[in-house]
Design a binder for this molecule. Structure first.
Ligand code: 4AD
Length: 467
C-alpha cells in the first residue's frame, strides 16, 4: 500500500518531503482563480494545504476551482510536498504547510451542516467579546450538539476530552495490574437490584423478570468469595433514576475494585490514594496538548491535590460546615449544596480539591456496608470528592451471612431475592472492601466541565436514547 502521513506528526523536519494525507476539509479559502487554501483536519490536528496553479507542479486552475467547490467536512486525500510557511501560522495548527500536487474528494459532506463547527468550538469568552462588538455569533446549545453528536465530536475540545477519558481508563487498568488485581467481567443481565432501591431498568429474560446491573457490586464481592483476592472491572452501569442533573446519567462507565482487607479498610483508601495521584500526575505530565485544547474552549484551573490524599471523618466535615454556618442533620447524608460547600472549605483550609470523607452514618449507606466495630451507628465507608463533587463511594463490606441477612432485612430488602449472594459468604469468605468510580465524573471534574454529558460519547439521560 501507499504510505500515509499522520497530520499530528508533521513537523519542520518534514520540509521538502512528499506526503500523502487523508483528512476532513475543515476550511476552504479561495484566494484567487489560481490559488486556494484547504485546512485538513485529523483528530485534534490540522494542517494548511496550499493549492497554486502551476504547470511545474501539475496543478491546473480547474483543480483549484474543484478544491474551492468542496463542501466543508468532505473527506479529502492530498498528495503534496511539505514546506515551511512564509508567514507564521496559528499556534493550534501544524507549523508546516503542504504544497498540493493532487487532491481527491473521497466522500462529500452535505453543503450545509446542521452545526457550524467553528461556532461549536468557540469559548464562552469569544461569544461575549463578539456580543460586545456587535458581531452576531450563534451559540450551539447542548441538545443541538447531542442531536448531531457525530459532528459535535469533531471540535478540538471534544477530541481532547475523549482522549483524556481513554488515558484515565488506561491508567486505572495499568495501576490495578501493577498491584496484582485481576480484571473481571460481571454479568449486566441480573435477576434483581444490586444497590437496593427501585432505580433499575427492568426487562424480560427468557420469560423471567430481570434487570440491568446498577453496579458490579454483588458479583465483584462473589469473585472475592471465589478466591480472587483482588479484582477490578471496567464496564457499563445502568441507573434508571429520573435525575435530570448535570452529573447523572442513566448509563455510565463504572470503574470498580474489590479487595481482601488484612487489617483495616484504610487499605482500600491507600489504593485510591495511589491510583488517583498516579492518574492526576499522568494527565498533567503527559496530556498537556489535550488539557490545553480543552482549556481553550472551557477554561479551568488545574486541580489542586496533595501527594498524600487528605482523609477527614464525616463528623469533621459536618463540624466544618457547622462552623461555616451550614447546619446538617448529623446522621443524615450531605446534599449536593453541602458537598460543594465542604469542597470549598477543605480547599481553603487544606489546599486540596481531592479528599476522602470517611465513617459515614450507617443509615445512609447500602445494606452490604460494614458497620463500625466501635459504634454501629457509623460505618466503615467513605466517599471521595473532586472539586466538591462525589466521584467515588466505597466501604468495607459485611462478610458474614447472618449480619448480611439482618442488614438487608433492616433496609427493606427481601433476603430471599439475593439468597445466592448471601450464601456465598457461608463457604468461607475473607474480610474485604472496595469502591466504585464513575469514569465520566472523573473526567468532568478533573477538567472542571459543567455537565457530565460533555464527557459521555453518546450520553444516556432520562430524556435521551438517540443518537
Ligand atoms: O455511589 P455509587 O452508586 O456506588 C456504587 O455503585 C457502589 N457499588 C460502589 C462501591 O463499590 N461501594 O456509584 C459509584 C460512583 C459514584 O461515586 C459516581 O462517581 C458514579 O459512580 N455514579 C454516577 N455517574 C454518572 N451518573 C450516575 N447516575 C451515577 N451514579 C453514580
Amino acid at each position: 500500500g501507499r504510505s500515509w502521513t499522520t497530520v499530528g506528526d508533521l513537523g519542520e523536519d518534514a520540509a521538502g518531503r512528499p506526503v500523502l494525507v487523508r483528512g476532513a476539509a475543515q476550511a476552504i479559502r479561495p484566494v484567487s482563480k489560481r490559488m486556494a487554501f484547504v485546512v485538513l483536519r485529523q483528530g485534534m490536528s490540522t494542517v494548511q494545504c496550499v493549492l497554486v496553479a502551476s504547470a511545474d507542479a501539475g496543478v491546473s486552475t480547474q483543480m483549484v476551482r474543484f478544491a474551492t467547490s468542496l463542501s466543508k467536512e468532505s473527506i479529502v486525500d492530498v498528495e503534496g510536498v511539505v514546506s515551511l510557511p512564509k508567514e507564521p501560522l496559528k499556534a493550534t495548527t501544524q507549523q508546516v504547510e503542504i504544497q498540493v500536487r493532487k487532491l481527491y474528494c473521497i466522500n462529500r459532506a452535505i453543503p450545509t451542516l446542521p452545526i457550524n463547527l467553528e461556532d461549536a468550538a468557540r469559548s464562552e469568552a469569544e461569544f461575549e467579546r463578539a456580543e460586545q462588538s456587535g458581531e452576531k455569533l450563534v451559540r450551539v446549545g447542548q441538545d443541538t450538539r447531542l442531536n448531531y453528536r457525530a459532528i459535535d465530536l469533531r471540535t478540538p475540545a471534544n477530541q481532547a476530552i475523549f482522549r483524556i477519558q481513554c488515558q484515565v481508563e488506561n491508567k486505572f487498568r495499568e495501576f490495578f495490574l501493577s498491584k496484582n488485581f485481576v480484571g473481571i467481567h460481571s454479568p449486566k443481565l441480573i435477576s434483581g437490584s444490586s444497590e437496593g432501591g427501585a432505580a433499575v431498568f427492568k426487562l424480560q429474560y427468557n420469560g423471567q423478570p430481570a434487570c440491568l446491573a446498577q453496579s458490579p457490586q454483588l458479583y465483584k464481592q462473589m469473585a472475592i468469595c471465589g478466591g480472587f483476592d483482588r479484582v477490578f472491572e471496567v464496564g457499563p452501569v445502568f441507573r434508571a433514576e429520573n435525575s435530570n442533573t448535570h452529573r447523572h446519567l442513566c448509563e455510565f462507565v463504572g470503574l470498580d475494585a474489590e479487595m481482601e482487607i488484612k487489617e483495616h479498610y484504610f487499605e482500600v483508601c491507600d489504593i485510591i490514594d495511589g491510583l488517583f495521584v498516579a492518574i492526576f500526575k499522568h494527565l498533567n505530565e503527559n496530556c498537556k496538548k489535550e488539557l490545553d485544547t480543552i482549556n481553550r474552549q472551557y477554561p479551568f484551573e488545574p486541580l489542586k491535590y496533595l501527594e498524600k490524599t487528605l482523609k477527614l471523618t464525616y463528623e469533621e466535615g459536618i463540624q466544618m460546615l457547622k462552623e461555616a454556618g451550614t447546619e446538617i442533620e448529623p446522621m443524615g447524608d450531605l446534599n449536593t449544596e453541602a458537598e460543594k460547600k465542604l469542597g470549598r472549605l477543605v480547599k481553603e483550609k487544606y489546599g486540596t480539591e481531592f479528599f476522602i470523607l470517611y465513617r459515614y452514618p450507617l443509615a445512609v449507606r447500602p445494606f452490604y456496608t460494614m458497620p463500625c466495630y466501635d459504634d454501629p451507628a457509623y460505618s466503615n465507608s467513605f466517599d471521595v470528592f473532586i472539586r466538591g463533587e462525589e466521584i467515588i463511594s466505597g466501604a468495607q463490606r459485611i462478610h458474614t451471612p447472618e449480619l448480611l441477612t439482618k442488614r438487608a432485612t433492616e433496609c427493606g430488602i427481601d433476603a430471599s431475592t439475593i439468597a445466592s449472594y448471601i450464601e456465598s459468604f457461608s463457604y468461607g469468605a475473607p474480610p474485604h472492601g472496595g469502591f466504585g468510580v464513575g469514569l465520566e465524573r472523573v473526567v468532568m471534574l478533573f477538567c472542571a466541565l459543567n455537565n457530565i454529558r460533555k464527557t459521555s460519547l453518546f450520553p444516556r439521560d432520562p430524556q435521551r436514547l438517540v443518537p
